[in-house]
Design a binder for this molecule. Structure first.
Ligand code: HH2
Length: 287
């Protein structure tokens, strides 16, 4: 089994992952599921990013496409218009990794040119042009699993063995990124909670999270405010903080090194508790 790197190379920055960190969410969209429209104005987005960093975010993830169930992607020109000026402003000012949440090669390339150090692709870098754009830039990538596409992904998600299938998909995507010239020290994987998965699928993946720590690259998870938290707690989206924090702590204790969250300060506390209370290595399952 390959050793998991403890540092993520994000262009000219090196992100220390010897303990888990928090990726703060900055949705520059009119229609995201929990905060659509709030940070759509560039000046408000920059202000929000400053808050995320002050709260302890090690990464700010800037997204111009909502990928909530049922969402339609914006035109490429619109996605570029939303994210590139914000990324340029943040990269010039903030001493953290700036990430771009996109699947499009044009957006990935422009974002990296503007200063992004990480391309977070919910479509797992399936587009060879996106892989090539990132490889040429030296930026890091997050490859996430999604079954289907946002407009229909929650209609009838189906797996024979969700854990094995998602793990095999991620292993295959890591190999494709490596073949495109992206270094093993510049890749993270994410099982993609809520992306083409029922509640049962999400909970099976969560229960087996440690199996995603043995792919030779660090593990990222995004659970913040998601419908699985709502389903378990019975809470609407604006009341899911406590459930999201419990999930973040558990994810950190099960080996996640990057936790994507909207509420950075409390998530960082939760992640630190989960990490401090993680089981000793000998008692953890190996695959
Ligand atoms: N979840 C969302 C978006 N991007 N990226 C990764 N790597 N992992 C995730 O779990 C993930 C993600 C969805 O959350 P959000 O950005 O708040 O909503 P929306 O897609 O509606 O903008």
């Amino acid at each position: 089994m390959p050793e998991t790197p403890q540092t993520l190379r994000c262009g000219s920055r090196h992100l220390d992952l010897s303990a888990p960190v928090v990726m703060g969410v900055l949705n520059v969209t009119p229609d995201s599921f929990s905060d659509g429209g709030r940070w759509f104005e560039p000046a408000r987005a920059v202000e929000r990013a400053r808050e995320l960093v002050a709260e302890g975010a090690a990464i700010v993830d800037v997204g111009g496409e909502s990928t909530r169930p049922g969402a339609q992607p914006p035109p490429v020109a619109e996605e570029l218009r939303r994210v590139v000026p914000v990324i340029r402003a943040l990269a010039a000012e903030l001493d953290v990794v700036i990430s771009v949440d996109t699947s499009r090669p044009e957006v990935a390339a422009a974002a990296v040119e503007a200063g992004a150090g990480l391309v977070n692709d919910v479509r797992g870098l399936r587009d060879p042009a996106t892989r090539a754009a990132v490889a040429a830039s030296g930026a890091a990538v997050c490859v996430m699993h999604m079954q289907g596409e946002p407009p229909t992904m929650q209609v009838a998600p189906a797996y024979v063995d969700v854990v094995a299938e998602v793990r095999a998909y991620l292993a295959e995507r890591v190999a494709a990124c490596r073949a495109a010239g992206i270094g093993a020290d510049a890749i993270v994987v994410d099982p993609g909670f809520g992306f083409g998965k029922t509640l049962e699928h999400n909970l099976a993946l969560f229960a087996a999270l440690e199996r995603f720590t043995t792919l030779g690259v660090p593990l990222l998870v995004g659970l913040s405010r998601k419908s699985l938290v709502g389903a378990v707690t019975g809470r609407p989206v604006e009341q899911r903080l406590a459930g999201s924090l419990a999930a973040a702590a558990l994810a950190a204790s099960r080996g996640a090194r990057i936790v994507r969250a909207h509420d950075v300060a409390p998530t960082l506390d939760a992640v630190r508790m989960g990490w401090a209370a993680r089981p000793a290595p000998a008692t953890r399952s190996s695959t």
